[in-house]
Design a protein around this ligand. Structure first.
Ligand SMILES: Cc1cc2nc3c(=O)[nH]c(=O)nc-3n(C[C@H](O)[C@H](O)[C@H](O)COP(=O)(O)OP(=O)(O)OC[C@H]3O[C@@H](n4cnc5c(N)ncnc54)[C@H](O)[C@@H]3O)c2cc1C
Length: 506
């Protein structure tokens, strides 16, 4: 198809974090950019909702806004590039973890590398040196990771020049902790964050996990002053300020290809719209099932069906008619566990083996009206866990039962009274996420980061796995996995690729 017929340089499908970042950066580079979003507002997961007098954060517990490496791109740098405001507020504790299984513990870990090492040493005397050694590894790995994310990544250079990186990158976090000699109890504490990446640490790539944990520890967990919705609106503003166009309530139902299999446009709300490049912020499965099967390379179809979908959540959002001080709630983030082993927690998740509760008022005292507070329960589930026997009529009963079970448990563990103070309650399940995000089984983390399908192998095989000309991907279902940073960063990567391809083609 003649490029002159293409009204846009780039169409971005989906206004999640990845789509927003890529669309805004393309527009900033002077490309004629169109962002299409099926929902009536931007953000995807990165949003908020209002019930009564409360505005609830829908997803974010903690933003890793800064990278472990000064040179690497980070969330903050992307927003700065765009002149987009973030209004971040940081929290000095990382988390409180209450393990009521064997060898129980109740610990509060603080942000800042030295504070964290001190907390670890107090919890497990003698562990400091090995934990520090583990953290020091990250500095060595950063350089290699930057090279890997760069435009001229060559696997053989990676193998030859960055031997340490390859040795670590091929192993799980647990294997690397064993190799460094981190004592078992310290290992268990360091594994607490596993559910944020959705895969137990015996199967979770060491580099990926370490990089997340160190970003939180080093840069402190942060939250936007006005919920994730503010971040999403900031990026829409940047897109529009740079001349880009966004259409809400506009679902892409078809991806279009030319005779050579190159992407040339989409069908959205019945309109055919052509562009030189397309960036998909939606999961590849949904691109494939919106495309002529003949145009999709067979390896792409095989990959999409071989991959396991990542974790999803049941979330309970509570608006309470008393302040956190009145209720005796002291922590921002509390992990409550029936035992300390992530694999065991994963296997027994249906028994309530792990959940997280956040009280946003600890970071943002004015995030709810005076004399109130909010709680946000996050309960990890896997696609397929949602009981098939629950039909439309039982759905409300199911949601109430889950909420009641976890609220009562939280009251018991923390010794606080919550039930009598509930003014608003919302329960989201994988069904909710499937409806809002249009992901298979309500997956919110894209594809599971398994040993065979982790960030390193994905980056190395990127060119082979994603080979449709003019079609790029970004977001939680792309190579870096789930999370705000991965989504924004892959959005920036997709934008940079499109910008340079169009420059070359000119
Ligand atoms: C409850 C919860 C808690 C979380 N906690 C954290 C956390 O603490 N820290 C963290 O870093 N991450 C967290 N995450 C994960 C993080 O939110 C996601 O990994 C990230 O936001 C995904 O971004 P994305 O770019 O893939 O877009 P998504 O959020 O998946 O958005 C995709 C967008 O595409 C739109 N869309 C879909 N299909 C179409 C179509 N056909 N046409 C047009 N538009 C379409 C959708 O409406 C949506 O707006 C959490 C997620 C949830 C749900």
């Amino acid at each position: 198809m003649n490029d002159a017929l293409k009204k846009y340089d780039v169409i971005v499908v989906g206004a999640g974090n990845g789509g927003l970042a890529s669309a805004a950066l393309c527009a900033k580079a002077g490309l004629k950019t169109l962002l299409l979003e099926k929902h009536n507002l931007p953000g995807g997961c990165a949003t908020s909702f209002v019930r009564g007098r409360f505005e609830f954060e829908a997803a974010l517990h903690e933003l890793c806004h800064s990278s472990t490496s000064e040179n690497a791109d980070s969330v903050t740098k992307i927003f700065e590039r765009l002149g987009a405001d973030m209004d971040l507020h940081s929290e000095d504790t990382l988390f409180r973890v209450i393990n009521r299984g064997e060898d129980p513990y109740d610990l509060t870990l603080h942000a800042g590398v030295d504070n964290f090492l001190n907390d670890m040493e107090a919890a497990v005397p003698g562990c400091r040196e090995s934990v520090k050694e583990l953290f020091d590894l990250m500095a060595v790995l950063d350089e290699a990771q930057e090279y890997m994310n760069g435009p001229s990544m060559n696997p053989s250079v990676l193998f030859n020049k960055y031997g340490d990186f390859m040795r670590v990158a091929a192993h799980s976090f647990d294997e690397v902790m064993d190799a460094v000699g981190v004592p078992e109890k310290a290992q268990r504490i360091l594994e607490t964050y596993w559910a944020y990446l959705g895969v137990p640490t015996d199967d979770m790539n060491a580099l990926h996990y370490l990089s997340m944990v160190l970003s939180y520890i080093g840069a402190y967990p942060t939250m936007p002053g006005h919920r994730s919705h503010y971040l999403s609106l900031s990026l829409v503003k940047a897109l529009q300020d740079h001349g880009g166009e966004v259409r809400f309530n506009t679902e892409v139902t078809r991806f279009l290809y030319d005779g050579d299999g190159a992407a040339i446009g989409v069908v959205a709300n019945g309109d055919v719209i052509y562009s030189k490049k397309i960036i998909s912020n939606i999961i590849p499965n949904n691109v494939i099932n919106r495309s002529d099967p003949e145009k999709i390379p067979s390896h792409a179809k095989k990959l999409a069906s071989a991959r396991k979908l990542g974790m999803t959540f049941v979330s309970v959002y509570l608006g309470l008619d008393a302040s956190m001080e009145e209720l005796g709630i002291k922590d921002y983030s509390v992990f409550i566990m029936n035992g300390s082993d992530p694999r065991e927690q994963f296997n027994t998740r249906k028994d309530g083996s792990i959940y997280v509760v956040n009280c946003l008022n600890k970071v943002l005292p004015e995030s709810s009206p005076k004399g109130t507070c909010t709680l946000f329960f996050t309960i990890p589930v896997m696609p397929g866990d949602f009981p098939e026997t629950v039909g439309a009529r039982d759905y409300k009963k199911y949601k109430n039962a889950v909420a009641e079970r976890y609220i009562k448990d939280y009251e018991k563990v923390l010794g606080v009274s919550v039930m009598p103070h509930i003014e608003e309650i919302v329960v989201a399940t994988p069904v909710t996420f499937a409806r809002y995000l249009a992901t298979p089984a309500g997956a919110i983390y894209g594809y599971a980061n398994e040993e065979w399908d982790n960030v390193v192998t994905r980056a190395m095989l990127e060119a082979v796995d994603y080979s449709i000309p003019n079609l790029h991907f970004c977001g939680g279902s792309y190579i870096r996995g789930d999370g705000y940073p991965s989504a924004y960063l892959t959005g920036a990567m997709a934008a940079d690729k499109v910008i340079s391809e169009l420059k070359e083609e000119k």
